[in-house]
Design a protein around this ligand. Sequence first.
Ligand SMILES: [Fe+2]
Length: 279
Amino acid sequence: MAELVGALGTSHIPAVGVAIDKGRTQEPYWKPYFDKLPPAREWIAAVDPDVCIIVYNDHATAFSLALIPTFALGVGERFGIADEGFGKRPVPEVEGHPDLAWHLAESLILDEFDLTLVNEMEVDHGLTVPLSVAYGQPDRWPCRVIPLAVNVVQYPPPTGNRCFRLGQAIRRAIDSYPGNERVVIFGTGGLSHQLQAERAGLINAEWDAHFLDLLVTDPEAAARIEHIEYLREAGSEGIEMVMWLIMRGAMNPTVREIYRATHVPTSNTHNGLLVLENT
Ligand SMILES: [Fe+2]
């Protein structure tokens, strides 16, 4: 049986990818953030998952206003790196796990979650920056990856509760997979940030800490947070945090918090990092 061996939550800030790619991680602006990564990197190196399910959002790269899937699962053999306007990030291609991905598709759709299935797409910073946060700059990613893209860009995004229930269904699917893969699930995006209009630059570290506390210890309560609260407290792009609820839903009701770090400033975003294991 496949086993979910842990969860890693991280922001997917594009500037973090640029800092890694351009060798700037030891510059004064970046060093305090990158100094917080080793415990998470050591954890994932030790856990050494065969597959990572990465819950992220596409930023008008693979999808656009022409096509807006709420939940899109990557079932392909591989996923190319997108050019988001500044050339492709110099990172390895992402190798999929079609067998487990199709099992997830079947299990989730028959469990009444109507996913969009994606055989071909390129992945953007939403997925590649979390891989870089976890693994640095390897020649090849040490795990296969199943992308799960969530629409948090175009209104209406899914509710936190729907995301949490989807995570629980993902766990049922992992538990029923006959392979012996070790799986880690990533929740990405957030924390508080707003990139536009009067409140551009908004950071609400206090609310973010409250969200992370709830996520760890009372996820059912975290799942009840409504869109309007994310918008008010975490800014217009803070809604990305619903994706952390998919990650949390997949974990046991009680978890052990292995590591947590947050950092300001990173670009215009409160940068979060969280590692969980099942108890
Ligand atoms: Fe994003």
